[in-house]
Design a protein. Structure first.
Lengths: 381, 296
């Protein structure tokens, strides 16, 4: 069972130094590729910064949900992609983050209670609380391997949903609870009237965009450092061979628990962002489907890769919304209430089939596909 | 006392149905090392076919058709999906079944919507009195028929050449292949059996007193996962025990909901997962599972 994993994307030709006796064109094409890569990096960073001034709130809102999901997907890609521990309980920890923030930052509204803490403190505490929940589950999580953990963690989603319905003072029960908008040093991230920046109304969506962007960048950098550093190497070694990892001095149980707690905190962060994006928390959102969505994101993007998690999250989140927006012009897809395939189902079919195809053809996901295309192109030159 | 006994019989009946679902799941796992996350949608597809065709062709023919469709789906999954993934890459196989489950569930949800289709079984709506107990006929039939079915299955596995081949390849796939057992045939059979067992259980689960076939049946079928974990995942006896434990506990807890109010409404639906976590804390490889060991 030691080779019980999806093959990690192999290192590509692009990373290898060009052979010394290569023709004169090789270094220049390598340089031009590097320049292109740098330009792409700059664009990837600059475009999101100016986007709120050019696109309308519809697309920005998709972006908010995509970034919230991306942070959660980063956590899962550390846990499953690197450490090989499947979790279908991710939705539970997202819910902990969402309701944790809602409860800590909110005020009393009738039956629904709240502590009224400052939003930043509430957000941090909610994330830590999600990590604590992960730690509490780690006696189970650290003793199970791979797929078994996937099934055991299913239980968290069902138990969590049960708690959400039965703790109305904290969660608001079936109807959910409203969420306090984020605020930082007197600046509230909500629809304040007549706040204009460069002639653009700067409401909740625009201001949250920058907050989410900052969180996503930090989360990505942390994930990348974890994956490239000592812990990431320990996780991958453990995924490929537990015995090998133990022989190399990795404490397997502790590493598994660590990966689980870290991914829970990522999920908690995603939960806080989800709460802010929705401005409301309802229990039915946090079901098994959400966990499977997260899994699909990292599978489609490419396991164990941070960029893959970001791309996969954007794809899975945007697909149903975009399909339903353009239902009139797309073949087969119809708007809700009409005869035919509704956009949400169409999106589900597409990503379900894609998951299967990726598993059959390219277990490395989109990332590996891009890499192999690039390799083929560079060898063709 | 009568009520407790009634609950117990109902619980055993539900548990036997869970045991059938879990058995199919565990058989596939033992034969191919694939965790079949699409198992619950196999069940839903099977009973959906039964319920949607029975008004036209009658229950018996519809039941056979449902079994055939679910069996064919199992076979197709093995042939087109899991057997085409690199051997030993069990994660990829499991995830491919998750993708399959996403597609199947979406399609069935789209077709069923909020409707509840009646199953139209001849035993629907009948109640029998046995001594002081009043039981639905479904429960009585389940309690008699499922043990016979499990017994027959055991006999197949222990007495026939096919069963021997099956057990040999489960115990040691390479060794079995060396002595001429066709592994692909064994794994195909396992997948077909999973479809058949799931549909059989589904017919029981959708019969009276349950209102019929609806999307929520899939959530019921997912209970086979904790049952498999409780039983130990790679043990057929454990699958039966796990199913029974889950069924009895669920019915007992739901039956005493009013005195268990502090656990919240509807705790019966989630108690299986609670039991699973407790069992895992106590025995990480389940009640009857083989302990993991590594040879270096």
């Amino acid at each position: 069972m030691s080779d019980d994993t999806i093959a990690p994307p192999r290192s590509t030709a692009a990373e290898a130094p060009p052979p010394s006796g290569a023709p004169a064109t090789a270094p220049s094409s390598a340089r031009s590729r590097r320049v292109l890569g740098a330009a792409a990096m700059v664009a990837a960073l600059a475009v999101p910064l100016v986007l709120p001034f050019y696109v309308d709130a519809f697309w920005l809102r998709i972006g908010l949900f995509a970034m919230a999901a991306a942070v959660g997907a980063l956590g899962l890609t550390i846990l499953f992609g690197a450490a090989g521990q499947l979790s279908l309980g991710h939705a539970f920890f997202v819910a902990v983050g969402t309701y944790g923030y809602g409860f800590l930052a909110g005020d009393d509204h009738g039956q629904v209670k709240g502590l009224g803490l400052p939003p930043l403190l509430a957000a941090v505490l909610a994330i830590l609380f999600a990590g604590l929940c992960g730690l509490l589950f780690s006696p189970v999580a650290s003793r199970l391997r791979g797929i078994y953990l996937g099934i055991a963690s299913l239980g968290l989603v069902f138990l969590g949903h049960h708690l959400l319905l039965n703790l109305p003072a904290v969660t608001g029960g079936y109807d959910g609870r409203s969420v306090e908008p984020f605020a930082l040093g007197g600046f509230t991230f909500s629809d304040v009237s007549d706040r204009l920046v460069l002639g653009i109304p700067f409401g909740a969506v625009e201001s949250l965009w920058y907050l989410f962007l900052a969180v996503t960048v930090v989360a990505t950098l942390v994930a990348r450092n974890v994956l490239r550093g000592r812990p990431g190497r320990a996780f991958r070694l453990m995924r490929d061979s537990e015995v090998g990892a133990a022989a190399m001095g990795v404490r397997v149980q502790r590493a598994k628990a660590g990966a689980f707690v870290l991914s829970s905190m990522y999920a908690g962060t995603a939960g806080v962002l989800t709460a802010l994006a929705f401005q409301r928390a309802v229990p039915d959102y946090f079901d098994l489907q959400l966990s499977i969505d997260f899994l699909a994101m990292i599978i489609l993007g490419g396991l164990g890769s941070t960029s893959g998690a970001l791309v996969g999250a954007t794809f899975v989140i945007a697909l149903p919304i975009v399909l339903s927006r353009y239902a009139d012009v797309l073949p087969l897809v119809v708007a809700p209430g009409q005869e035919g395939i509704q956009a949400s189902f169409a999106a589900t079919f597409v990503y379900g089939v894609l998951v299967v195809i990726v598993m059959l053809t390219q277990p490395g996901g989109l990332r590996a596909m891009v890499h192999s295309l690039r390799d083929r192109r560079s060898t063709a030159h | 006392m009568t009520r407790l006994l009634e609950l117990l019989v109902n619980g055993v009946s539900l548990g036997l149905l869970y045991a059938l679902i879990t058995l199919g799941f565990v058989i596939v796992f033992k034969a191919t090392r694939t965790v079949n996350f699409a198992h619950a949608s196999f069940l839903l597809l099977g009973v959906y076919v039964v319920a949607s065709t029975q008004p036209r062709i009658g229950f018996a023919a519809a039941a056979l058709l449902g079994l055939a469709v679910a069996g064919a789906l199992g076979l197709a999954t093995e042939r087109l999906l899991t057997s085409r993934i690199e051997m030993h890459n069990h994660h990829a196989m499991a995830i491919a079944t998750i993708g399959l489950n996403v597609v199947l569930t979406a399609e069935l949800t789209r077709r069923l919507e909020e409707r509840v289709l009646p199953l139209g079984a001849p035993w629907d709506g009948h109640v029998v009195d046995i001594g002081p107990l009043t039981l639905p006929l479904t429960v009585v039939i389940t309690v008699v028929a499922v043990p016979l079915l499990i017994g027959g299955l055991t006999a197949l596995l222990t007495l026939t050449g096919w069963g021997l081949a099956m057990r040999a390849s489960i115990a040691d796939a390479e060794g079995a292949a060396l002595v001429g057992i066709r592994l692909r045939r064994v794994s195909a059979t396992a997948w077909v059996m999973a479809g058949l067992l799931a549909t059989t259980a589904g017919i029981g689960l959708a019969s009276f007193p349950s209102p019929g076939v609806s999307v929520s049946l899939e959530a019921v079928a997912i209970t086979a996962f904790p049952a498999a974990i409780i039983g130990g995942f790679d043990s057929l006896g454990g699958a039966i025990a796990g199913g029974l434990i889950v069924g009895v506990v669920q019915v007992m807890v739901s039956g005493h909901q009013d005195s268990l109010d502090f656990l919240g409404l509807g705790v019966g639906d989630v108690v299986a997962y609670l039991v699973m976590i407790i069992v895992l804390l106590w025995r990480p490889s389940g009640l009857f599972g083989s302990k993991e060991f590594s040879r270096v």
